[in-house]
Design a protein around this ligand. Structure first.
Ligand code: HAM
Length: 417
């Protein structure tokens, strides 16, 4: 019979790798605590129109990449392709505004996009993200960006990352810019790719995202969005940059950075890393001051980002990051069947005293148990055999120093501490 394999673009995270995830998650939790962000967990699937209304009908995510199906009652449901929309839905539904005027939220979890799998791009991947609701001020933008900065510093990859930032202005600015960009592109329309032709009609700003070299050449002389900023847009962006400088966070302004989701307004940013190859975006985010209202809530500004955890792992592995290991404190070697009851009772007490202990339920020889203890990197082996049972004693073997001593079973804990 054929073995069943996992689905293309999904990955098992095997025991040899889970510690990497736990290490990163640990630093994420510590970082979020420092900034006062609290964790939120929302369902893996939502109604499809949540994503089409927020991320946007003609974005790649919604038009091509969603895993959607009709439920038995006919409702269209979708495996979440991103989390900002779900968080906003939950924020509105549970009226989180009344709990605190500023809501500082973070999440870690799986997402699903039907993209072409390659290094750093899966169909099921995981994000860590933060969202802050309630402030439209530039200090909130700067603080959000500084969370990412803090995280990458703690993970020791800050030298490899580059912060790219832009402002796509307010709706008013984008409306004027959209027309100017269309006027500029119109003479070249027939030479555009099919994707750009659709974008020209539905969301011309996204043409700036193109990777097509001919189009990039045309766009070199395209009008610049910064010439369309309102006074308020200009002041906001300038102040965000000023605050970043005061925190000594270096950035590069990239006027073609528009991001592939429709809900953004004003500040948008990405952290890229040259260690990642083609899929070089470690993290992306921005301000979405109209999204809460678009999804039926009271007008509330918001800003956030999300980082791909698989990509963080690639970045860490390329630097030979020293991930921690799960090594048991004690390997308990029982070499006499009659000692099994005592083995179980002592191992129980050891665990109650917070020692991690494993023993061999295969009743193998002392030699093979010692070999396994060394393989696990365990420092201490406790040995219980017929002689020790007869004398109420136990052998404590220090496997790294290669020394051993015998003590009475009742005194064991005095020797272990
Ligand atoms: P995004 O740019 O679509 O933004 O995704 C954020 C990050 O998720 C990317 O920078 C990348 O590291 C990772 N990522 C995206 N797609 C994949 C994939 N197929 N495989 C592996 N990693 C991937 C968002 O999702 C927005 N919700 C971010 C945000 C939060 N904006 C405001 N708040």
């Amino acid at each position: 019979m054929n073995q069943i394999q996992n689905i293309k673009g999904t990955h098992d995270i095997l025991p040899k790798d889970t510690k990497k995830w736990q290490d990163i998650e640990h630093i994420i939790y510590q970082t979020c605590r420092l900034f006062g962000f609290k964790e939120i967990r929302t369902p893996i699937f939502e109604k499809t129109n949540l994503f089409s209304r927020s991320v946007g009908e003609i974005t790649d995510i919604v038009s091509k990449e969603m895993y959607s199906w009709n439920d038995k009652d006919g409702t269209s449901l979708t495996l979440r392709p991103e989390l900002t929309a779900s968080i906003v839905r939950s924020y509105i539904q549970h009226n989180l505004k009344t709990h605190s005027t500023i809501q500082r939220l973070f999440y870690i979890g799986p997402l699903f996009r039907r993209e072409r799998p390659q290094k750093g791009r899966q169909r099921q991947f995981h994000q860590f993200g933060v969202e802050a609701f309630g402030s439209e001020n530039p200090e909130q933008d700067a603080e959000i960006i500084s969370i990412a900065w803090h995280l990458f510093s703690k993970l020791k990859i800050i030298e490899d990352v580059e912060l790219k930032i832009n402002s796509i202005g307010s709706s008013e600015c984008r409306e004027n810019y959209r027309e100017a960009l269309k006027d500029f592109i119109r003479p070249y329309f027939s030479s555009l790719s099919d994707t750009s032709k659709i974008r020209f009609k539905k969301n011309p700003l996204r043409i700036l995202d193109t990777k097509n070299t001919d189009e990039l050449n045309i766009l070199k002389s395209a009008p610049n969005i910064s010439n369309f900023y309102t006074e308020e847009d200009k002041t906001h962006f300038k102040t965000v940059l000023q605050f970043l400088q005061s925190m000594e966070i270096p950035y590069k302004i990239n006027q073609t950075l528009v991001r592939g989701l429709d809900y953004y307004t004003k500040t948008v940013f990405e952290f890229t890393s040259k260690t990642l190859g083609a899929q070089d975006a470690l993290l992306g985010g921005g301000r979405y001051d109209n999204l809460v209202e678009t999804l039926g809530g009271k007008p509330t500004p918001g800003i956030g980002f999300a980082a791909g955890i698989e990509r963080i792992i690639i970045a860490l592995e390329s630097k030979n990051y020293n991930f921690s290991k799960q090594i048991p404190d004690i390997y308990f070697i029982c070499i006499d069947e009659k000692a099994l009851e005592t083995t179980l009772s002592i191992t129980k007490k050891l665990r109650e005293n917070n020692f991690s202990v494993i023993f061999d339920p295969l009743r193998r020889s002392m030699k093979s148990q010692l070999r396994e203890a060394n393989k696990f990197g365990t420092k201490i082996a406790l040995i219980l055999g017929e002689h020790e049972m007869n004398t109420n004693s136990i052998i404590i073997k220090n496997l790294s120093k290669k020394t051993q001593k015998t003590c009475s079973q009742s005194e064991l804990f005095n020797f272990l501490y």
